[in-house]
Design a protein around this ligand. Sequence first.
Ligand code: TRP
Length: 330
Amino acid sequence: MRQRILTGDRPTGQLHIGHYFGSLKDRVALQHEFDTFILVADVQALTDNFETPNIIKQHVFEVVLDNLAVGINPNTATFVIQSMIPEIAELTVFYSNLVSISRLQQNPTVKTELKQKQALFKQSISYGFLGYPISQAADITAFQATVVPVGDDQLPQLEQTREIVRKFNRIYGETLTEPVGRYGAFPRVKGLDGKNKMSKSLNNAIFLADSATTIQEKVMQAVTDPKKVRLKDKGKPEHCTVFEYHRMFDSECSQIKSECEAGTRGCVFCKKQLANQITNALEPIHERRESYAKQLPHIKNLVLEDTTKAKALAAETLERVKTAMQLNYA
Ligand code: TRP
């Protein structure tokens, strides 16, 4: 039997090149080898967008289109709309007994997100947000996924899932499969600010849908090695966001590196070159997106059919979980 991969996206906005290199590119490559499930995590998205459900509604099928645009095959991958699988919510309730509050509070990804969301949570974090890693364990186990592609930010969530699975199996008997993580080539893509992870809310992202002009404008603002002020200054590519992006878009960039280090390459030239490269790389993605967008009603049907199939699988898992927990009275 083919191994199953599960990945998820929160439908809160357009996907960007951080998503692309951190996750989408790998899932496209892996779809031939693995049974591929892509979860549109609208319930998880609500944990930090509960006051603006319209944002989520707007983006559910946009996220599907983004996945198709980068090369996911709609006929072989299974798209799942999370809120249509109530089994995930049930599993979350059962799993929540297996996780301590302090364990959740130590989750480094949740901590970073909280810092960024102070305006929403003020001093007091919601139970739902704190607990989303538990519901992510339910996402992964509901579909009996064995492999989860992870970047740095999702690693703690996967660890949490693995802990839950082990504890569940120890207490209630061998029931759930422990998934393994799979690291991609670019586990952490920095934003244009050169400091933080690329993220829509931090305003430091290049979106997959950006036009050539926008890409050019954004790349011009990207942070480079601060010590390289003039063209002839010798640069340190390892301290330069633009070089990091060059590496993502073109694995063969030893020449760029040596020119920068020798002081024969100016940052403006380097940025223009990068902007062109990004624009070219995004062109086929834009074209594919447009053609799928024209078939949106058909795509919506496929996603709903996929979700129905996935629900049957989640129901099977839930049945097993309830039996293991002796919650079977019939
Ligand atoms: N937490 C992920 C993110 O913020 C989205 C997600 C939800 C996910 N459920 C998942 C990722 C299950 C992997 C597996 O991008």
